[in-house]
Design a binder for this molecule. Sequence first.
Ligand SMILES: [Zn+2]
Length: 63
Amino acid sequence: MLLGKYTYSQMHSSKKFYCSKRRRGCKASVALHAGGAIAAADVHHTHPPDDFLITKSGAYVKI
Ligand SMILES: [Zn+2]
């Protein structure tokens, strides 16, 4: 799923989605109600949005 500029992956059959960068240590997650509405969201990502790249100099560049 996409929320803001970040993508999230669903964990098994639960209604909880974790940031696609979770394996890199990002703890952001989103929980959904059965109807699809957002129940809870932690959007404190440790990285820039997916449509940005970090250059070697540390700047964020939009793709
Ligand atoms: Zn993240």
